[in-house]
Design a binder for this molecule. Structure first.
Ligand SMILES: CC(C)(COP(=O)(O)OP(=O)(O)OC[C@H]1O[C@@H](n2cnc3c(N)ncnc32)[C@H](O)[C@@H]1OP(=O)(O)O)[C@@H](O)C(=O)NCCC(=O)NCCS
Length: 171
């Protein structure tokens, strides 16, 4: 039997928790032009990120935010959506996960990047209260660079989060 290297208390690397999913786009996933619906892609992104978050913290976890997502190219009915998700940063109770979406044509094999998303999940207990997560072990230079960029994104996100209720009150 294979024993996981890290314990619940110990840190985990992005390699240990990464997720790759493949979805074949069917007519029920598409709009009237035969392109995948944006909402369907967002669902796949959320699912992939949720699995990464759960693999890292091994507790309940909820989506706290999803940064702005663009759809750079359509994914057509009959093409595949390749969804790759990995942990980029962890705070005390929160985790940032990057999700990349590519299209792959079944016949030609051509791949195109269609979206990149950053999501924040928060580990919670059964009552929904945030709980600490294990540290992230950064193994490669790319991972260290991504974690530094994540700190800047986190600062911006929290600033926006603080500002939003005040702006709503002023309306
Ligand atoms: C996410 C949630 C648990 C945060 O609860 P909270 O009481 O605001 O928690 P705190 O202020 O103690 O913050 C906990 C962590 O979440 C982070 N956080 C809170 N709101 C955030 C947001 N909107 N975006 C990014 N991170 C956020 C904080 O920075 C903190 O991170 P850290 O511990 O790593 O420093 C709570 O807002 C919630 O349950 N939201 C609903 C989640 C949900 O139902 N999602 C499904 C889709 S609707």
């Amino acid at each position: 039997m294979c024993t996981p290297r890290s314990s619940k208390q110990g840190g985990k690397s992005p390699r240990e928790t990464r997720v790759e999913m493949v979805e074949l786009v069917l007519p029920n996933d598409a709009n009237t032009m035969g392109n995948v619906l944006g909402g369907r892609v967002l669902h796949w992104i959320d699912m992939a990120a949720a699995i990464v978050a759960h693999r890292h913290c091994r507790s309940e976890a909820v989506t706290a935010s999803m940064d702005e997502v663009s759809f750079l190219a359509p994914i057509r009915v009959g093409q595949m959506a390749l969804i790759a998700a990995r942990m980029t940063y962890v705070g005390r109770t929160s985790m940032e996960i990057r999700v990349d979406v590519q299209s792959e044509d079944l016949l030609s094999g051509e791949r195109r990047q269609t979206s990149t998303a950053y999501l924040t999940f928060v580990a919670v207990d059964k009552s929904g209260h945030p709980v600490p997560v294990p540290p992230l072990i950064l193994e490669t230079e790319d991972e260290k660079r991504e974690a530094r960029a994540a700190e800047a994104r986190r600062a911006e996100r929290l600033e926006e989060h603080d500002r939003t209720p005040r702006e709503m009150e002023q309306r």
